[in-house]
Design a protein around this ligand. Structure first.
Ligand code: MP5
Length: 208
């Protein structure tokens, strides 16, 4: 089992996660008032949790993945600064923003992953980033008001990072036991469902 097999085996779910009405709204400029800003604040909170999750993964990672994960962490910290700048420009208060229940469920998954194998963790991290890249590629080039954001989340550097995570996940899956493979697939599914539901924080569509 490799990462491609996971996407193929769960294609309808992956499409719900990466071709959500929110993304079509961002592409066509038809998002309801306030929907993008609401989502942006939640995504900032998500990246804060992602940074903690990824930090915890570093000491568990094989030597060959350390540079990739540490580079990813540095990029995430930079991303937080970018969100803070954008939020200021848009007059969005980030302090004291409350986490939406879906965001909290995503945070719980990150915590639960601590108990799972490295193969499950690197598969989950790859899925988080692949879903985001595929989703924003679907929204590309984006309506005028969102073009800057869509461009930021579809750069060749980001695609390269996602490709490297995919290779790392494939290597871990190749060496994984049958139990670890099952755990990795279950983790992939949890990520894909939460990615779908995360867009639904701001625009309904596809949640189950
Ligand atoms: C990412 C994100 C990408 N920012 N938000 C969601 C809901 N899923 C994935 O993660 P990162 O760590 O910002 O590249």
């Amino acid at each position: 089992m490799k990462t491609n097999d996971l996407i193929e085996a769960h294609d309808p779910l992956w499409r719900d996660a990466t071709e959500h009405p929110f993304l079509e709204g961002a592409r066509e400029g038809t998002l309801p008032d306030g929907a993008f800003d609401e989502w942006l604040v939640q995504d900032y909170l998500f990246v804060l949790s992602g940074l903690v999750f990824q930090s915890r993964l570093v000491p568990r990672s094989p030597r060959r993945d350390q540079s990739l994960l540490i580079g990813g962490l540095a990029a995430l910290e930079n991303e937080l600064g970018w969100f803070e700048t954008k939020a200021k420009e848009r007059n969005l208060p980030l302090e004291n923003a409350e986490r939406h229940p879906t965001n909290r469920t995503y945070g719980n998954l990150f915590e639960n992953l601590e108990e799972r194998s490295y193969a499950a963790n690197i598969t989950a991290l790859w899925a988080v980033e692949q879903a985001y890249l595929d989703a924003w590629t679907h929204a590309s080039p984006g309506a005028a008001e969102y073009k800057e954001f869509v461009g930021h989340w579809t750069t060749p550097e980001f695609a390269e990072y996602v490709g490297a995570l995919k290779n790392a996940a494939d290597a871990a899956l190749e060496a994984a036991s049958e139990d670890e493979k099952r755990e990795a697939e279950a983790s992939f599914l949890e990520v894909a469902r939460l990615e779908r539901d995360f867009w639904g924080i701001a625009v309904p569509g596809g949640e189950q």
